[in-house]
Design a protein around this ligand. Structure first.
Ligand code: NI
Ligand code: MN
Length: 225
């Protein structure tokens, strides 16, 4: 599995020969000024919820790449209404795609579009391919539903927000890693704006002290997970 970080909660996972882009938002990220979204390629775009910091570049990148958008039914409808029909609408539960299984799981958050449209309920994803399983929680607080995830899949890695204020902070994410039974976490949704600023060294140490790994990806960089 390869992981490329486009800042905030926008990242690409390359697995089973496919490029899965999550929560496209680059333009408008003050840490990503000057980055050209036309360089982003994708086979699929998975959208956790409708907030602007997760969908700001959704239509531009979808139209650019022709990628199939996988999202909650209300978000898929909104995308269709923008004149883009390559969508896979779903809701909480499992779906079979050509690269593997995508399970949409609950996130405890909100989900309206910046234009006021209803985005349905917010979600996370458990993705299982021949390369293994990973979990992206989306924006969420710590929630007991996370305890169900080991019933679905043994996770190789989890991608979770750690910035606090709107989502889990690093202490919450550590508890979440216990709930989901995963010792390798990639932290996202931090440092983009002052309310979600973190102490990176301290955050990494909190995971280390628990015998776990917190990876804080560098902007624009690709790492092997
Ligand atoms: Ni949000
Ligand atoms: Mn967000």
């Amino acid at each position: 599995m390869q992981f490329t970080y486009y800042g905030h909660a926008c990242f690409m996972v390359e697995t089973a020969g496919k490029k899965l882009l999550f929560d496209p938002f680059v333009n408008g990220n003050p840490l990503m000024t000057g980055f050209d979204i036309n360089t982003i390629q994708a086979d699929y775009i998975l959208v956790s919820h409708a907030h602007g910091d997760h969908t700001g570049d959704l239509m531009a990148i979808a139209k650019n790449t022709g990628a199939k958008v996988i999202a909650m039914a209300e978000i898929a409808d909104w995308v269709t209404n923008q004149g883009y029909s390559n969508v896979h609408a779903m809701n909480y539960g499992p779906a079979q795609l050509d690269f593997g299984k995508v399970r949409m799981v609950p996130a405890l958050h909100s989900s309206s579009f910046p234009d006021g449209s209803n985005g349905g309920n917010p979600a996370g994803f458990v993705v299982t391919t021949g390369d293994g399983s990973f979990y992206y929680s989306g924006d969420t607080c710590l929630t007991m539903d996370m305890k169900l995830i080991p019933e679905y899949a043994g996770l190789y890695v989890a991608i979770m927000p750690i910035g606090g204020n709107y989502t889990m902070d690093v202490e919450d994410a550590l508890i979440a890693s216990n709930y989901i039974q995963c010792d390798k976490v990639v932290g996202v949704h931090f440092n983009t704006w002052p309310p979600i600023a973190i102490d990176e060294e301290k955050s990494v140490r909190i995971f280390e002290a628990a015998g776990k790994e917190l990876i804080l990806p560098e902007l624009g960089k690709t790492i092997k997970l």
